[in-house]
Ligand binder design. Structure first.
Ligand SMILES: Cc1cc2nc3c(=O)[nH]c(=O)nc-3n(C[C@H](O)[C@H](O)[C@H](O)COP(=O)(O)O)c2cc1C
Length: 484
């Protein structure tokens, strides 16, 4: 597993997954435009390392997570589902049948130890300490022409609940206002916003530290929809199969990942807001300017030769799709703990995670599909699911065309659509009100007599096995002489 970003970049290089750009390329729109082009190429294109961003000495790493292969490399697995199996095992402890059985469980015990971070005294991320450091020294990108400015797009924002001291880490973009202040775009439903709410109620300043370029498993973990109160460092420790090393900040009491490239230490003041945006967002549209808290930098620490890790979001698919894909696979076994009837789920890229959610279920009783919709609308960040499509277990939800076919043939619009209202994503542009709107579920399962449907369901067309074998042979011959 990777200790730091440098090790990950070295492996990407070795695996020919990284393109080094040696020409000067400007962080002002040019890096984003090339990354967008690359993200839209087959399979998500290569990761990019801009060695000479115009005007800066610090290289820019981008699109590092931007393919399924690299997401697997980042988490050191063959398939993302391997992690799902490990989580399944860890969360379903079995009583050992004897000594041999108990010994076999030892690796699992070690994995539990990995969940706890440990503190170190010396850290690469503090090789250079700059109390007067300014953000102007970092190659922070302006991504799209109408963006309100330069944005830090892949930060790990560390806070602690001022009352309980529980830690939160979230990836929330930060608009650079000047060398020492940025916006803090934690949306109202997120962990950082809740800590700030408590700080404002107490009338207290909230310490905030921001890590840039940690090891890849930790970078992913900050984007993961962990339930409130559960430390993202536990997930990171599990994924990297080793404890996360932390170091105390220089100017506040927070701890940050020791192997990060760069750390911004600072605070947000209660009651202080400033216009943030517009920003070309992962919806594929510019998000509207709005008022958000202001982050004040008190100190910048970094490695002697740091790399600036960032990303660009825009019209899908882009790098964030693959980060979301990891959450889709990692959180499935955890969701199944309360909803065991779920067979699979999928968030298609065009649905930008929550606009289209596909779920297959082992249907057991009348109204089961609607129970799943209601459960999703009440479960963590799945509450943002704007359209949930539920199908039977024999439908492959990873195959979007198959789902579209099944929905078209299985649903009766008046009977099978369920509307509800509730909180919607802060980036939702179609609802009348910000953050409050409607959601829709489509029950595309086969309907039962107990649900009021008494006609017979048609049978799916399947060719006979013998005919398929013969067709395979013949097709092999035809294909050889056929050029499309
Ligand atoms: C590239 C990227 C940028 C993101 N930017 C934001 C953002 O600006 N604001 C926000 O609230 N969430 C943003 N998110 C989503 C959060 O990181 C995600 O919801 C995470 O689970 C939040 O953690 P929390 O539950 O600890 O608050 C972003 C995600 C990614 C992958």
């Amino acid at each position: 597993m990777f200790n730091d970003l440098n090790e990950f970049i070295a492996v990407l290089d070795k695996e020919r997954e990284l393109a080094r750009v040696t020409e000067q390329v400007s962080p002002n729109l040019e890096i984003a435009a090339l990354t967008d082009r690359v993200s839209k190429s087959a399979g998500g294109g290569p990761a990019l390392l801009f060695e000479r961003p115009t005007g800066y000495d610090i290289p820019v790493a981008i699109n590092l997570f931007g393919s399924l292969k690299r997401m697997c490399l980042a988490l050191d697995v063959e398939k993302l589902d391997d992690l799902a199996h490990e989580i399944e095992e860890l969360t379903t402890p079995k009583m050992p049948g004897g000594v041999i059985d108990a010994l076999k469980m030892l690796p699992m015990v070690n994995r539990l130890r990995d969940l706890m971070p440990k503190t170190v005294r010396e850290a690469p991320c503090q090789e250079v300490v700059r109390r007067d450091g300014a953000l102007d020294e970092l190659p922070i990108l302006k991504c799209w022409p109408e963006d309100g400015g330069r944005y830090i797009t892949l930060p790990l924002v560390f806070t602690r609940d001022p009352e309980t001291n529980v830690r939160n880490i979230g990836t929330y973009r930060m608009q650079v206002y000047d060398g020492r202040t940025t916006g803090m775009h934690w949306q109202r439903h997120k962990g950082g916003a809740q800590h700030y709410r408590v700080a404002e109620r107490l009338g207290k300043r909230l310490d905030v530290s921001v890590a840039l370029g940690p090891d890849p498993a930790l970078a992913y973990s900050a984007t993961a929809p962990m339930p409130e109160g559960l430390d993202e460092l536990m997930l990171a420790g599990f994924l990297r199969r080793d404890r996360v090393e932390l170091v105390k900040c220089v100017t506040n009491d927070l701890e940050v990942p020791a192997t990060a490239q760069i750390v911004l230490e600072g605070y947000v003041e209660p009651g202080e807001r400033r216009r943030e945006g517009p920003f070309g967002d992962h919806t594929g549209f510019y998000s509207h300017p709005d008022d958000y808290p202001v982050f004040h930098v008190t100190c910048i620490t970094h490695r002697k030769n740091p790399v600036y890790l960032t990303t660009v979001v825009g019209i899908p698919p882009m790098e964030d799709y693959y980060l979301g894909m990891a959450s889709e696979r990692i959180f499935l076994p955890l969701i199944r703990k309360t909803l065991p009837e779920i067979v699979d789920m999928h968030f298609p890229a065009v649905g930008i995670f929550h606009n289209i959610v596909l779920v297959s279920i082992d249907k057991r009783y009348p109204g089961h599909a609607r129970k799943i919709m209601n459960a999703f609308w009440g479960l963590g960040q799945l509450m943002f699911s704007k359209t949930i499509i539920v199908v039977d277990k024999d439908v492959d939800v990873q195959n979007e065309a198959e789902v579209a076919w099944i929905v078209g043939t299985h649903y009766d619009p008046q009977r099978d659509i369920q509307f509800t209202k509730g909180p919607v994503d802060d980036l939702e542009d179609a609802s009348d009100l910000a953050a409050f709107g409607s959601k829709m579920g489509i029950d595309a399962t086969r309907k039962w007599p107990s649900e009021g449907f008494t006609r017979p369901w048609p049978k799916r067309i399947v060719p006979s096995d013998a005919a398929v074998r013969r067709a395979d042979e013949l097709w092999e011959k035809i294909r050889k002489g056929w050029k499309p």
